[in-house]
Design a protein around this ligand. Structure first.
Ligand SMILES: [Fe+2]
Ligand SMILES: [Fe+2]
Length: 247
């Protein structure tokens, strides 16, 4: 479990001012001015660049599990969205793989990156889940833009709001949606889009613990904790544990 820890001495870089430079991908193209030079000029004995646990964030356990990220790092909107998507699949009696895919489909948005979130999220979870689950997460992004009348899926009204009614899909999305449509696992990914709710819809509070059984059966939690097992994507989990690290 995570929680507040008021003891300053218990944190790394204790007693010094910790400076944070936002990650470049978060401010490129916005009004934010690059402050790296200004921050570096302020360094001295009492001032350092942030590294390691940030006292402004809940402290994570030494060996974080999947649900620790839900509780300690992911934003509220993503948590509600993922839990409700997973619960809808669970309530409808779908198999574990579908439930897990729904529960994890927007995981990249939680604390890492929004752009191409399906692709990032799939990569992040790939070492720990069945190949079909990661595949479904990857392709849900393209399938979201792609109607399928045979299963009652239309282009989302919310996307017209988000992107404008005249938004045109990039070629890679069209290509990947077509590829997904022809794939034997198509319905696993399509079901994610069918159980996807948007932020303006009503959510009931859901206890993440209801997914512990499914996670226990189908998510290979590393003994060392996510981020510390040396998997090809451990760095993505570490980046969410320490999102303010300078390097
Ligand atoms: Fe998504
Ligand atoms: Fe979603």
């Amino acid at each position: 479990m995570c929680g507040p820890d008021e003891d300053e001495a218990a944190w790394p870089q204790a007693g010094r001012e910790r400076l944070v430079c936002p990650q470049p991908i978060a401010w490129k193209g916005t009004d934010w001015q690059d402050n790296e030079q200004e921050m570096v000029a302020r360094l001295g004995p009492g001032t350092v660049m942030m590294m390691g646990d940030n006292p402004a964030l809940p402290r994570m356990p030494a060996r974080p599990t999947l649900l620790d990220f839900f509780r300690c790092r992911f934003g509220d909107v993503t948590v509600r969205h993922l839990l409700s998507s997973g619960k809808r699949a669970l309530d409808d009696g779908h198999d574990d793989k579908v439930v897990l895919a729904c529960l994890l489909h927007d995981i990249a948005n939680g604390c890492l990156i929004r752009a191409d979130h399906g692709y990032w999220g799939a990569q992040m979870i790939a070492p720990y889940v069945d190949e079909e689950v990661a595949w479904a997460v990857k392709y849900h992004q393209a399938l979201h833009y792609t109607p399928d009348e045979s299963v009652g899926y239309a282009y989302p009204e919310s996307y017209k709001l988000f992107f404008g009614a005249d938004y045109r899909l990039p070629d890679y999305i069209v290509r990947d949606a077509e590829e997904a449509r022809r794939h034997p696992w198509y319905m696993t990914s399509r079901l994610i889009t069918l159980y996807d709710l948007y932020f303006f819809e009503k959510y009931e509070p859901i206890d993440p613990a209801i997914f512990e059984d499914v996670i226990g059966r189908h998510f290979r939690q590393p003994e060392e904790g996510l981020g510390f097992d040396g998997s090809p994507t451990a760095h993505m989990w570490r980046t969410m544990i320490w999102p303010n690290n300078f390097l």
